[in-house]
Design a protein around this ligand. Structure first.
Ligand code: FHN
Length: 598
């Protein structure tokens, strides 16, 4: 898994430039598919970087309401959450008439948003087929007044726009069918025959999709169940025969997909080689919910996209059209805004690999041979970008899309780039640094850059050196239902020897406030902890935030524990540890934040 934090022995003279692992040791996810053969079609996927996910089904017509109750969270789960009887829920189809659907317009918005592939729900867990299926009458052509197959038009429109087209297919969960997974409120679990479900609906439908819609880029399986490894292999083999180059997502089950999907709304904390994808939805729900207006801004999307690219993966962002076939206004607006940014800076995203320089206080990097792209999310207040570790011979530095070179100089191991007072895009201006020779791969470097020229420096324990029993764990939780969040925290710190050490490269002297961002259960509160930097010590007592429960918000406190002073730029180790032997773990530390004091 991606929690590949190395335990390094903490020597008293720990060298700051400790590298997590060599490039060869970088975790490589899912470069092989079923039968362990690399799928030749992965190349388009790896360079595509940005995809569009669309959840569209009967739930889109319900818009988060069933009878008199409103539901927040994942709208496409409304049938399950309301325990709506299958026969009654099926009646929604009688009034499902998406006359506002316009395939050309959808594909055009997708194109102008800069996405290179589009994956849409052919059948979600509710069991309704959004295409013309001969396997069932519970589909958009047979069961609705619409009577047309929108997927035919959409597949064609996407191809016209040069967008790879794919289907999402929920292969196991089907709340409409007695033998499908998941519906225990209508159908007895003991009487279910999952094999029969696969034989009679899932596999025949997957075959229809792979036969009737031209070349598919992806079949995006979801929530596997009911099949052994061998049965999954047999299913995959039978589908592969129809379209050998079509990619299958990892949620086909048993690690048999062509590439890896992380959890919903999850970005791995560190760069990863190979083909993988992070999936997010534009607001909190995948399917349309009328009252869910928590849309990510263009800045959020651009940061997410560049962050995922800086770690080597693709972002597939979801929109949920309503029951009439119209996209939420903010989804159109913000996606098109993202597209404008990509028109200017797309070279720094498409076809790139993870950044060779680790995340910096100013932003992230992506790379191509001989080129490093610097994504500036946060401009330093002195307009000087200082980067340690550039060993290649720089030939030029420019703002991407301009010809004017930026002045830069080297002082020791640092490269200093002079930025204009105002950058063209405050959300993310990208610089292109061209170089000759080999740039060392520092993507796994533990060292955190600390500078007084940013409002704050946020350091995840993922990059710390762990001692004793200390380790990291990803905590997953949701606020409403299915709107998953993932936070990596340091855990198991009960003894003073269970210390976290953050190697720092401090660029300027100064005073820094130390803020610990943590979750702490009531029973673990008031335990003594200590932050040290050289001889400086900041003692603190933990404060309670609440218990962890994956179906509740996980609460974090930003606890300011004191000020450290740094006399001169250089290498330091900042340590966080229990001050004495405790019975309970000190806390779950999400970040250490350093705030330069003026
Ligand atoms: O249960 C589904 C959910 O509704 C949605 O389709 C997401 C998208 O990745 N997949 C499942 C949960 O992981």
């Amino acid at each position: 898994m991606f929690h590949h934090v190395k335990k390094l022995l903490l020597l008293s003279s720990l060298t700051v430039m400790s590298i997590r692992s060599s490039a060869q040791e970088m975790p490589d996810m899912w470069t092989t598919g079923a039968n362990n053969k690399a799928n030749p079609n992965l190349e388009w996927f790896k360079s595509a970087k940005f995809g569009l996910f669309i959840h569209w089904g009967l739930y889109s017509k319900l818009g988060g309401k069933w009878k008199d109750s409103s539901y927040y969270g994942s709208g496409e789960w409304i049938m399950n959450r309301a325990k709506a009887p299958a026969a009654e829920y099926a009646k929604v189809a009688q009034t499902f008439n998406p006359t506002g659907f316009n395939a050309e317009q959808w594909a055009e918005i997708a194109k102008n948003s800069g996405v290179k592939y589009l994956v849409i729900t052919a059948k979600h867990h509710e069991g309704f087929s959004m295409y013309d299926s001969k396997v069932t009458d519970f589909d958009i052509v047979d069961a609705t007044p619409y009577k047309k197959d929108p997927m035919k038009e959409l597949a064609a429109a996407c191809r016209k726009q040069n967008i790879q087209f794919g289907f999402y297919y929920s292969q196991f969960l089907d709340w409409h069918e007695p033998n499908g997974g998941g519906n225990k409120w209508d159908f007895k679990e003991a009487e279910k025959d999952y094999q029969q479900y696969y034989r009679s609906k899932s596999v025949p439908q997957l075959k229809e999709l792979l036969t009737n819609y031209g070349k598919l880029g992806i079949v995006w399986f979801d929530m596997p169940g009911g099949l052994t490894v061998d049965q999954t292999k047999i299913m995959i083999d039978s589908l592969r025969k129809l379209q050998p180059n079509c990619l299958f997502s990892s949620r086909v089950g048993h690690d048999l997909g062509d590439y890896r999907d992380f959890g919903d709304s999850e970005v791995p904390p560190t760069p990863i080689a190979g083909a993988w994808e992070s999936i997010y939805t534009h607001n909190d729900s995948w399917g349309y919910i009328q009252h869910d207006l928590n849309f990510k801004s263009p800045r959020d999307i651009i940061h997410l996209l560049s962050n995922v690219a800086s770690k080597g993966g693709n972002l597939m962002l979801n929109v949920g059209p309503d029951g009439n076939g119209r996209w939420p206004e903010y989804s159109i607006k913000y996606l098109l805004e993202t597209g404008k940014w990509l028109k200017k800076y797309g070279e720094s995203i498409y076809g790139t690999t993870y950044g060779l320089i680790p995340a910096q206080p100013w932003g992230v990097t992506t790379s191509k041979p001989g080129k490093l792209y610097l994504h500036i999310w946060q401009q330093p207040d002195n307009n000087q970008l200082k980067i340690a570790g550039i060993n290649a011979n720089i030939t030029s530095v420019r703002i991407l899309g301009t010809t004017q070179p930026l002045a830069w100089k080297k002082i020791g191991s640092e490269t200093i780039i002079q930025l204009p007072a105002t950058l063209p895009d405050a959300r993310n201006t990208v610089l292109i640094m061209e170089y000759k020779g080999q740039q060392q791969d520092l993507s796994q470097l533990h060292t955190q850059t600390v500078s007084a020229h940013y409002p704050e420096i946020t350091m995840s324990p993922v990059w710390a050196v762990f001692n004793g029993a200390a380790s990291t764990k990803s905590f997953t939780y949701s606020h409403y239902f299915g709107d998953w969040k993932h936070d990596n925290c340091a855990i198991n710190m009960t003894q003073p020897t269970d210390a976290l050490v953050f190697p720092l490269q401090v660029q300027e002297a100064g005073d820094f406030k130390v803020v610990l961002d943590y979750n702490c259960e009531a029973g673990a509160a008031t335990q003594p902890g200590l932050v040290t930097l050289g001889a400086q010590q900041l003692p603190f007592l933990t404060l309670p935030t609440g218990t962890y429960d994956s179906h509740q918000p996980m609460l974090f406190l930003q606890h300011a524990v004191g000020v450290i002073h740094i006399d001169q730029p250089g290498e330091y180790n900042l340590t966080v540890k229990p001050a004495k032997a405790n019975k309970k773990e000190l806390f779950r530390l999400r970040n250490v934040i350093l705030q330069p004091l003026q």
